[in-house]
Ligand binder design. Structure first.
Ligand code: PMP
Length: 418
C-alpha cells in the first residue's frame, strides 16, 4: 500500500463499504476472469438488491397500468407510482409532488424544458447561457431551440484547471438572458460550478435557472428550494436506480405556464375533436403509459440511499477522489484534466503517448471498467485540445483498493508502451 493510500484510509469515516458492496450483486462478478473493478458509475451506476427486488416484485405481484384502472391491481400500481413521486420530491426537497415530472432521463427533461418553456417564452435574440463543461444533453436541446426560435447561445468559459469563470459569466449576463442552464458537476471532468452564485446572479438578471443534476444528485444531498433553481433534472440510472426513468423538477408557477410536451393519454382532462383540455402538472407532461416499474425502482433506490449516512458516503467518495488524484499524479506521463478544487468523485486523464482507447482495453483485461473518449462533452475536450480522456468515476461502493488496482493497471500500460 502506498503512503498516500494509508493516509486516505485513515480519513475514511464510519462507512462500511464492504457491507454496501454486498448489496450490489454485480460487484462480485468477474471480467476476463479478474475481479470486476467497476469505475464507470458516472455513465451508469450499478443496482442494489433492493432495487432489483423492487422491480421484480412489481412485475410479480403489483403490475398493471396506472391511473385508469378501477380494479385493485391498477390501484396498487398507481399508489406505488405516486408514492415514488413523493419519494423523489422529498429526496430533492421540492415543495410538492406535482413539481416532479417523470421523464425518460435527464436528456428528455432538458428537451422538455427547451421544447415547452423555451418555445413558448423565448423569442429571437433572447439569450441562453450554458457553460463549457456541459454534457451534450445540455447543449443540443438549446441549439435545436436556436434553430427554431432564433435564440442566442452563450458559453461560460473555464480556465486551465477546468474551473467555471464566474467573472466571465457575470459579463455574459444581459437583459436578454432568459435561461441559464448549468451542470451541477461535469461528467467529463468532475468540476462543480458555483451553482449558488450562478443562480443568484441569473435571478438578479431576470433569468431562470436549470441545473443539470445528473452527476450532482448522485454524490451529495440536494435541496432544490435551498438552491432556488427553477428546474432541476436527473436520471434514475445514475442514482443506482433503473434505466428509462428520470426526473424534471420545476417550480409550480413555471410548470403551470408551460404547454404540453407530447400529446396522448393521461395528459388531458377532456378530449373532443374540437378542443382538448390539458391536465395540470405533472400529468400534463407525462403523456402515455410511463415506465411504471422503473419509477417504483427509482423510489427503492432513493430508499436505499436514505438508509445510508449520506455525509459519510460523500466523505468516502472524497477520500476515493483524493487517493485517485494522488495515485495517478505519481504515474509518469499522466495528465489530469479538471484539477480545480471543487469536484465530484471523477478523475479524467491522459497518459502521454498512449491512446485512451488502448488504455481502456488494457485495463479491461485487468477487470477494470473505465470510460474512454469524449464522454458526450466534446466542447470541453476541444477546450483542452484533446479528442478524449480516460475517465474513472466513483460510486459509493468503490474502495481504495480499487483505486490502487487502477494505478497498478496504468503502471502496466506504461510498461507495455514504454
Ligand atoms: N448530463 C450529464 C452531466 C450527464 O452526465 C448525463 C449522462 N452522461 C446526462 C446529462 C444525460 O443523462 P441521460 O443519458 O441519462 O439522459
Amino acid at each position: 500500500m502506498t503512503g498516500a493510500s494509508t493516509a486516505a484510509r485513515r480519513n475514511v469515516p464510519a462507512f462500511d463499504v464492504e457491507a454496501v458492496r454486498r448489496e450490489f450483486p454485480i460487484l462480485s462478478t468477474t471480467a476476463h476472469g479478474k475481479k470486476l473493478v467497476f469505475l464507470d458509475s458516472g455513465a451508469s451506476a450499478q443496482k442494489s438488491r433492493a432495487v432489483i427486488e423492487a422491480i421484480s416484485s412489481v412485475y410479480e405481484s403489483r403490475y398493471a397500468n396506472i391511473h385508469r384502472g378501477v380494479y385493485q391491481l391498477s390501484q396498487f400500481a398507481t399508489e406505488a407510482y405516486e408514492a415514488a413521486r413523493v419519494k423523489v420530491q422529498r429526496f430533492i426537497g421540492a415543495g410538492s409532488p406535482s413539481e416532479i415530472v417523470f421523464t425518460k432521463g435527464a436528456t428528455e427533461a432538458i428537451n422538455l424544458v427547451a421544447a415547452t418553456y423555451g418555445v413558448k417564452f423565448l423569442k429571437a435574440g433572447d439569450e441562453i447561457i450554458v457553460s463549457a463543461l456541459e454534457h451534450h444533453a445540455n447543449i443540443v436541446p438549446w441549439q435545436l431551440l436556436r434553430e427554431r426560435n432564433g435564440i442566442v447561445l452563450k458559453v461560460v468559459p473555464v480556465d486551465d484547471t477546468g474551473a467555471f469563470q464566474l467573472d466571465a459569466y457575470e459579463r455574459l449576463l444581459s437583459p436578454r438572458t432568459r435561461i441559464v442552464a448549468v451542470t451541477q458537476a461535469s461528467n467529463a471532468l468532475g468540476i462543480k460550478p458555483p451553482i449558488a452564485a450562478v443562480t443568484r446572479l441569473a435571478h438578479a438578471a431576470g433569468a431562470i435557472v436549470l441545473i443539470d443534476g445528473a452527476q450532482g444528485v448522485v454524490h451529495e444531498p440536494v435541496d432544490v428550494r435551498a438552491m432556488d433553481c427553477d428546474f432541476y433534472v436527473f436520471s434514475g440510472h445514475k442514482l443506482y436506480g433503473p434505466g428509462g426513468i428520470g426526473v424534471l423538477y420545476g417550480k409550480t408557477k413555471l410548470l403551470e405556464a408551460m404547454p404540453p410536451y407530447q400529446g396522448g393519454g393521461d395528459m388531458i382532462l377532456s378530449v373532443s375533436f374540437e378542443a382538448t383540455e390539458f391536465a395540470p402538472p405533472p400529468a400534463r407532461f407525462e403523456a402515455g403509459t410511463p415506465p411504471i416499474a422503473d419509477a417504483i425502482g427509482l423510489g427503492a433506490a432513493i430508499d436505499f440511499l436514505n438508509g445510508l449516512d449520506r455525509a459519510a458516503v460523500l466523505a468516502h467518495e472524497e477520500a476515493l477522489l483524493a487517493h485517485a488524484t494522488a495515485a495517478l499524479s505519481a504515474i509518469k506521463g499522466v495528465r489530469l484534466y479538471g484539477t480545480a478544487p471543487d469536484k465530484a468523485a471523477i478523475v479524467s486523464f491522459t497518459l502521454a503517448g498512449v491512446h485512451p482507447h488502448d488504455i481502456g482495453t488494457i485495463l479491461d483485461h485487468e477487470g477494470i471498467a473505465v470510460r474512454v473518449g469524449h464522454h458526450c462533452a466534446q466542447p470541453i475536450m476541444d477546450r483542452f485540445g484533446i479528442p478524449g480522456t480516460v475517465r474513472a468515476s466513483f460510486g459509493l461502493y468503490n474502495t481504495l483498493d480499487e483505486v490502487d488496482a487502477l494505478a497498478r493497471g496504468l503502471a502496466k500500460v506504461r510498461e507495455i508502451f514504454g
